[in-house]
Design a protein around this ligand. Structure first.
Ligand code: NAP
Length: 243
């Protein structure tokens, strides 16, 4: 079935910022596909959105299981024939991450696998469907912690967060944004890295300055960018984040 509504896939959409991105996109009239690796948590999130009268569905999607990524792409192709919005939101931290001299290599590998390789794999799998949309948007959930500039700036509030795995994974994700934006220059597809701010979710141990609903607003704005939109940027609520 080819829908006249925009179709969005949000990865890691069963809770936190991802669920709120899904909710806000659906409130804007987008048909939202919740990507989630756990069937039970996916159903709870889907029921939450459906109970609000929103248009949503769920698809099994584990960024560490590339067969599940291929299967999700095939489901979207068969049901919708295209994808208008991809939000690469799923991400992890790891307690064994830390400064470069002592971080667990296994932890760094796990983080890179999900936050970078996983997002890259999802993007590659969805690209043929994004090319079929009239003006697709890709939003990568990055972090100011991924800024090389801020990691080297003692005056930055992020300077003290020495997480080699997490910060490197977001810097790598930013490279995906830059390279894909250049590869897609001249097409109608736009891709940006968005830093949501410091948001109270499970990832931060419910610490932060913003609710998940507030943290979803900027990623949603970039998912809904209109014609002539900028591409290849790294942005936060106050403006552009230095690379
Ligand atoms: P969260 O509440 O912990 O949610 C993370 C989501 O990612 C969950 O739905 C989780 O699913 C999913 N996920 C993790 N690994 C996955 C995998 N292998 N396959 C599929 N889904 C997976 O975290 P959040 O704060 O909302 O984070 C969302 C994004 O924002 C992340 O990319 C994070 O790095 C970024 N971010 C957050 C903040 C912040 O202050 N919170 C700041 C900057 C950037 P499960 O429930 O199955 O684990």
């Amino acid at each position: 079935m080819i829908s006249s509504h925009r179709i969005a896939l949000v990865t890691g959409a069963n809770k936190g910022i991802g669920l709120e991105i899904a909710r806000q996109l659906a409130q804007a009239g987008v048909v939202v596909i919740l990507g989630a690796r756990d069937a039970g948590r996916a159903k709870a999130a889907l029921d939450d959105l459906l109970s609000q009268g929103l248009k949503a569905q769920a698809v099994p999607l584990d960024l560490d299981d590339h067969a599940s990524i291929a299967a999700a792409a095939e489901t979207i192709r068969a049901e919708h024939g295209r994808l208008d919005i991809l939000v690469n939101n799923a991400g992890i931290v790891d307690a064994a991450d830390g400064p470069p001299g002592t971080a667990s290599l296994d932890a760094v590998r796990r983080i890179m696998e999900t936050n970078f390789i996983g997002a890259l794999a999802v993007t590659q799998a969805m690209l043929p469907l994004l090319r079929k949309a009239p003006a697709a948007r890709i939003v990568n959930l990055s972090s100011s912690l991924g800024s090389l500039t801020l990691n080297g700036d003692p005056a930055s509030p992020y300077y003290a967060a020495r997480l080699i795995g997490y910060n490197a994974s977001k810097a790598a994700l930013n490279m995906l944004t830059v390279q894909l934006a250049e590869a897609l220059r001249g097409t109608s597809i736009v891709i940006n890295s968005v830093s949501p701010g410091y948001v109270k979710t499970d990832l931060t141990g419910q610490q932060g300055f913003m609710s998940a609903e507030e943290g979803a607003r900027l990623p949603v704005a970039y998912a809904l960018l209109g014609e002539g939109a900028v591409s290849g940027r790294f942005v936060e609520a106050s403006g552009q984040t230095p690379w």
